[in-house]
Design a protein around this ligand. Structure first.
Ligand SMILES: [Zn+2]
Length: 73
């Protein structure tokens, strides 16, 4: 059983299904994890494979400096 590398949420416990698309082999399902990470799942007969995973929702990853303000001249 795999878990989310960002928050450790079990992949089988789907938090939110974003969309699903039928394919030749089964289904492609987009889901969102508890942390906001998007996942692409390939669903075939009896198996679910997470084929791609996005980053979690950005909360504190604002680029730039938060501790050392640039000195004014
Ligand atoms: Zn997660």
């Amino acid at each position: 059983m795999s878990t989310c590398p960002y928050c450790g949420w079990p992949d089988h416990d789907v938090v939110e299904t974003v969309s699903r698309h039928g394919t030749e082999d089964g289904l492609t399902v987009w889901t969102r994890c508890a942390c906001g990470s998007l996942q692409v799942r390939a669903v075939t007969a009896g198996s679910v494979t997470v084929t791609a995973r996005g980053r979690p929702r950005a909360t504190d990853s604002v680029p730039g400096r938060h501790s050392s303000p640039a000195p004014k001249v």
